[in-house]
Design a protein around this ligand. Structure first.
Ligand SMILES: [Zn+2]
Length: 487
């Protein structure tokens, strides 16, 4: 396959392209299993092969993809990409320029101990049904467990001489239970399996009780919620646990700092960003306790892919340092466009975040691991003990974001009232809201490493046509002061 890819790139160069790359998905397997109320709800096993060819010609992109893997078909797909670039070049306002990058000949392997595709469907279903049974209770309406396994072997070759192979494994696993509370309204508790940053991504996670089997805790929390008092409307401190911190970070740091969005590319779909080019190096985004990064170099995460679809090696980029905005989520094309628009060099190298959903999509800027560093305010217990009046909140239930990510309103599945440094009781239908910048500036406690967790996100949507991306957020427990809750 490598020989074919080289020949296609050589052919495209002879046609006069300024740049070309081919991404070959030699293997692209997905397996999905879900259970519902003690039975199999869904089982799917999909396998496909294909490739996408991207060319830059006359200052414009052209892209085409195919599943026919012969050399002739590849050349023909390349011809289509060239035709599209030529057509598009008539409409561009400014020619696309790509930032410099290294020529790379390398490989990347997701760490994996037990390949889930070597485990029989029967064994997988048995494990899921065991967990489903543990979740069940006579007061519950529904309970279910799901696992999705993704395995891809991708070969990337470009006209600059880079040749990169990637062997990626990702697992999305979790469960939920639903019940009606004393007022007849639905309550849910769910669990999203975090990534083991020191470990591996394979079947070994699913059979590890410590990693995956939190069913009895989740069942008991849902039972407690059914009779819990409603969240009162007030202004108080909120402590967000990692599942909730992941959403907060995703929506108000991650999406807000995608450079294509800042340049206006997502306006017609999922909105823009309140961040402007003039803000980099100048804007106090959060309190001085806030340090955030786009870290594609973490060992084990769906946000760690070794090299992006521009062929740039993963980097660990500081986005926010001591609260001040420093950098963005960037690709080769967008940093050049942003620098030109700003009339100064804000960005130097690509952050290696140009990714596509699969071979049939053009890559765009996507989050990798958008993390908040753990801090030095101690354990969760210590933060709770220092809170006079607050709410401890966990797991997104619903979310609503301003069109420029400037404000938000989030509901959590569960919360606990804190009074005078102690947890008093569980709270139902908890919500909080805020304006993004004042909210991050109110960050006054950042938990230590014991509170930090890598929470994966498997369904981030962006782009037209829409592309679903898999990524993660490494986040500690954090406290924000004087937040509006319960409305
Ligand atoms: Zn998203």
């Amino acid at each position: 396959m490598l020989e074919k890819a080289r020949k296609v790139i050589s052919y495209l160069k002879k046609q006069g392209v300024e740049y070309a790359d081919i991404r070959l998905h030699e293997l692209d397997e997905e397996e999905s299993i879900s259970t519902l109320n003690g039975d199999i709800e869904d089982y799917q096993l999909n396998n496909k092969q294909g490739y996408g060819i991207r060319v830059l010609m006359n200052g414009a992109w052209g892209f085409s993809s195919s599943e026919i893997m012969t050399l002739e078909a590849m050349k023909s797909t390349g011809d289509t990409a060239i035709e599209k670039a030529q057509s598009a070049s008539a409409f561009i306002k400014q020619p696309i320029i790509l930032a410099k990058k290294e020529t790379i000949i390398d490989s990347y392997y997701s760490p994996c101990e037990i390949d889930p595709f070597t485990i029989s469907a029967e064994e997988k279903i048995t494990r899921l049904l065991t967990l489903d049974k543990q979740l069940q209770h006579e007061k519950f309406e529904y309970s279910g467990v799901h696992c999705h396994f993704y395995k891809r072997h991708i070969l990337y070759v470009d006209s600059d001489g880079s040749e990169i192979t990637r062997h990626l494994m990702e697992i999305d696993a979790g469960f939920f239970a639903d019940a009606l509370d004393k007022d007849g309204h639905k309550q849910r508790r769910s669990f999203n399996m975090p990534q083991n940053t020191e470990g591996t991504t394979g079947w070994e996670n699913i059979i590890n009780d410590q990693q995956f089997d939190h069913t009895l805790r989740i069942r008991d929390e849902l039972l407690g919620l059914l009779d819990a008092p409603l969240c009162e409307k007030e202004v108080c401190d909120v402590i967000l646990l990692p599942e909730m911190m992941a959403l907060q970070t995703h929506e108000t740091i991650g999406h807000a700092l995608e450079l294509d969005r800042i340049l206006g590319y997502e306006l017609s779909y999922a909105g823009g960003s309140h961040v402007e080019l003039a803000d980099f190096g100048n804007l106090q985004f959060g309190s001085n306790k806030l340090n955030a990064r786009a870290d594609g170099t973490l060992a084990n995460s769906p946000g760690s892919i070794g090299f992006d679809d521009d062929g740039v090696k993963a980097r660990n980029v500081t986005l926010i340092e001591n609260g001040q905005l420093q950098d963005a989520i960037t690709s080769r094309q967008m940093i050049m466009e942003a620098n030109a628009k700003a009339g100064r060099q804000i960005f130097d190298l690509s952050g290696a975040t140009c990714r596509s959903q699969n071979y049939s999509n053009l890559p765009i800027e996507r989050m990798n691991n958008i993390n908040v560093d753990f801090g030095c305010d101690g354990s969760l217990e210590k933060i709770i003990a220092s809170t006079e009046n607050g709410l401890l909140m966990e797991t997104p239930r619903s979310w609503s974001i301003g069109s420029n990510r400037e404000n938000f309103h989030f509901a959590t599945e569960i919360a606990w009232k804190i009074k005078d440094g102690q947890i008093q009781h569980m709270v139902r239908n908890a919500t909080y809201r805020g304006d993004s910048l004042p909210f991050w500036r109110s960050l006054d406690k950042v938990g230590d490493q014991s509170t930090w967790e890598l929470q994966p996100v498997f369904h981030c949507g962006k782009g037209q046509p829409n592309q679903i991306m898999r990524l993660a957020h490494g986040v500690p427990a954090c406290r924000f002061s004087q937040v509006q809750v319960g409305e």
